[in-house]
Design a protein around this ligand. Sequence first.
Ligand code: A2P
Length: 282
Amino acid sequence: MKQTFVLANGVEVPAVGFGTYKAAEKNEEIIKEAIAQGYRHLDTAAFYDNEREVGKAIRESGIDRREFFITSKLWKADLGYASALAAFEASLERLGVDYLDLYLIHWPSPADGTDSYMERDIEAWKAMEELYRAGKIRAIGVSNFLPHHLNRLMDRTGIIPLVDQLEFHPGYIQKAAVDFCQRQGILVEAWSPMGRARVLGEPLLQEFAKKYQVSTAQLCIRFALQCGVLPLPKSSSAERMRQNMDVFSFEIGEEDMHRLMTLPQLGWSGEHPDREWVKPEG
Ligand code: A2P
């Protein structure tokens, strides 16, 4: 298996990215550690409030910025044309870079009860298309968009999103959305590829971990890759960061993939783009 994915526009992306959400107070050290462990694909967002730390960690690594693949995201409050342009510039400024590798609309709905939110998505997308054409972003995409959101966007705009970042892990594979994206040539990225660690104790995963002599976390990450989905694991420990990248020397068999794909729903975050936040139990 290759260690990069290639987007529909030819841009190459390191196949395992590092999720920086809630990298806690020691944010900067965690990001520096991830870079030291070999991560070059870093996933941040304006909402994570850590773009400055990500930018600083990259600069202080002494590694050429062009070796990194940096993603950031447009927050709900900034949907719209002028607000998207301003939010993008603010992200660049906080990161201290002059281009982004990938910029995503974070969620389709601004969550303020408006019914016409797709208008604001479409306006934001037009701003992103301009930035993309101007060479300020190497790839543009969305996050948490389901097929009906994608269809509404694609019906009214020119460029098909190159990426859709979705919650994805064993027990929540969003098959309809993933199939839709893959048919359109949209790369799916997985946030919470191990269900915020909630799926790691699942007996089937533990059985397979023994069988393949890997950890349940490695199984989750490999599972995403074998589904053609790019995983973005998070971790605060150097050992686990390393482990989460060490997923290219084993392969999950076809029958075992089917068993993982058909697990009953588990580990779901409770966040759905068309609903108010539903706090998961436990
Ligand atoms: P930690 O920071 O202590 O490593 P997700 O990316 O699905 O949201 O999951 C993140 C959670 O999974 C974090 O709580 C993280 O804890 C934990 N985690 C990450 N990698 C591993 C691993 N290899 N083994 C066990 N837990 C892990």
